[in-house]
Design a protein around this ligand. Structure first.
Ligand code: PGA
Ligand code: ZN
Length: 428
């Protein structure tokens, strides 16, 4: 068999926060090799597939992944040895079966995903295609609009900000590489603006600045100022996207903002509606607690015709929860994270399900990342049109942007790039 899996190995490596994570190497009989590194979240949804950690307090405060590594080297390796690496769905089915639990808690989603991604890479190398072309086929050519997280708060920074992510969306740019430049120039202007106001310019987990602002709204004001100072038109050239990750500031039925205000669902909904009128916001993700379905439904009914409403913690890239969201009209888009569900095939199923409902998908990194740029290829492969992969600093974020630059170059005049947020432009 030409693409037979001959060897599977794994290693405990470190992610961008210095926490242990899993790297997997898959080698085929014909000499092709695929390597993948698994990311890790901080503001995780309750129903995410389980990241297996050793829990041994004498190593990395219990965060070691030696068991997951061992599971790759033994149980998972035995399952896939001799299999055809180009049969991704069949291999993922074997991995899921080997674990046998709904949340992949027995062997670890970190172990399973590492094998699943490394198999895809090995197969792509074996057939001589770049990963995006192997996974997406000959028509994969849409570069994603980046959502760049330039101000970090919530669980990604030690500041007062309740909202986790304030992102810029350079959707008026004519190409991906120009969008990247718009982003960098706005990020630099934001730095100068922070310095001008005497605020710190140290960065958070996703490479955005983490100033201790008086209110969450101040971050929106600062970004608009930065967009203008960089010479761009807010809304037209560069828009704003938010991921409040509201589960992380929700308790006892109310939401605690950086300003000290405590808002109930209706008041928070009013705040979003007001911000959408005041700032050039095109997308809001996780605006309510992950269990607050009524909040999502009310928000989508109120402003879902004007902006993108994305579900992350409530769907955890799981077709079961996405189907529930579609039924309830809870959002009009879904965040896609491979490690929330644990295999390449199931992640693709989540994107396909969203598409059947007319929803958009945003492929996303995690706050704990590695130098692996798998999601750059993945976003192009499935033509999602949007990617969330951090700010314009920290190499684990930049690695994805740099990979997209190469994909853009390889596609040449075939490359597509357009804003899903500007009337007349088409994402799909
Ligand atoms: P996480 O954050 O990777 O820490 O979960 C990312 C997000 O909420 O989108
Ligand atoms: Zn999120």
């Amino acid at each position: 068999m030409p693409n037979e899996i001959a060897h599977v190995d794994a290693l405990e490596i470190l992610d961008s926060r210095g926490n242990p994570t899993v790297e997997v190497e898959v080698a085929l009989r014909n000499g092709s090799v695929g390597v993948a590194r698994v990311p890790s979240g901080a503001s995780t949804g309750k129903n995410e597939a389980v990241e297996l950690r050793d829990g041994d307090p004498t190593r990395f405060g219990g965060l070691g992944v030696r068991k997951a590594v061992e599971n790759v080297r033994t149980i998972l390796s035995e399952r896939v040895l001799g299999e055809d690496a180009t049969k991704q769905a069949a291999i993922d089915a074997l991995l899921i079966e080997a674990d046998g639990t709904p949340g992949k808690s027995k062997l670890g989603a970190n172990a399973i995903l590492g094998v699943s991604m490394a198999v895809a890479r090995a197969a792509a190398n074996s057939v001589g295609l770049p990963l995006y072309a192997y996974l997406g086929g000959a028509t994969a050519r849409r570069l994603p609009i980046p959502m760049m997280n330039v101000i970090n708060g919530g669980k990604h920074a030690g500041n007062r900000l309740a909202f986790q992510e304030f992102m810029i969306v350079p959707h008026g740019a004519p190409s991906f590489s120009e969008a990247l430049r718009y982003g960098v120039e706005t990020f630099r202007a934001l730095k100068r603006e922070l310095e001008r106001r005497g605020l710190p310019t140290a960065v958070g987990d996703e490479g955005g600045f983490a100033p201790d602002l008086e209110s969450d709204e101040e971050a929106c004001e600062l970004i608009v100022e930065a967009i203008e100072r960089a010479g761009f038109t807010p809304g037209k050239d560069v828009a704003i996207a938010l991921d409040p990750a509201a589960s992380s500031f929700f308790s006892d039925g109310a939401y605690d903002l950086a300003s000290g205000e405590r808002l109930d669902r209706e008041a928070l909904l009013d705040l979003y509606a007001r911000w959408v009128k005041t700032y050039p916001i095109v997308s809001i993700e996780d605006g309510f607690d992950e269990a607050d379905w009524d909040g999502y439904v009310a928000q989508t009914a109120a402003i879902g015709d004007r902006i993108q409403i994305v579900g992350d913690d409530n769907y955890v890239t799981n077709p079961k929860f996405i189907a529930e969201g579609i039924r309830r009209k809870a959002t009009n888009a879904v965040l896609i994270k491979l490690n929330q569900i644990g295999t390449v095939t199931e992640t693709v199923a989540a994107i396909e399900l969203a598409r059947t409902a007319g929803w958009r998908s945003v492929v996303s990194h995690r706050s704990g990342e590695t130098e692996d740029s798998f999601i750059a290829d993945f976003a192009v492969a499935f033509g999602t049109g949007q990617i969330k992969t951090g700010s314009l600093s920290r190499s684990e974020r930049i690695a994805k942007y740099n990979r997209l630059l190469w994909i853009e170059r390889q596609l040449g005049t075939q490359a597509l790039f357009s804003s899903p947020f500007i009337a007349g432009d088409q994402a799909d």
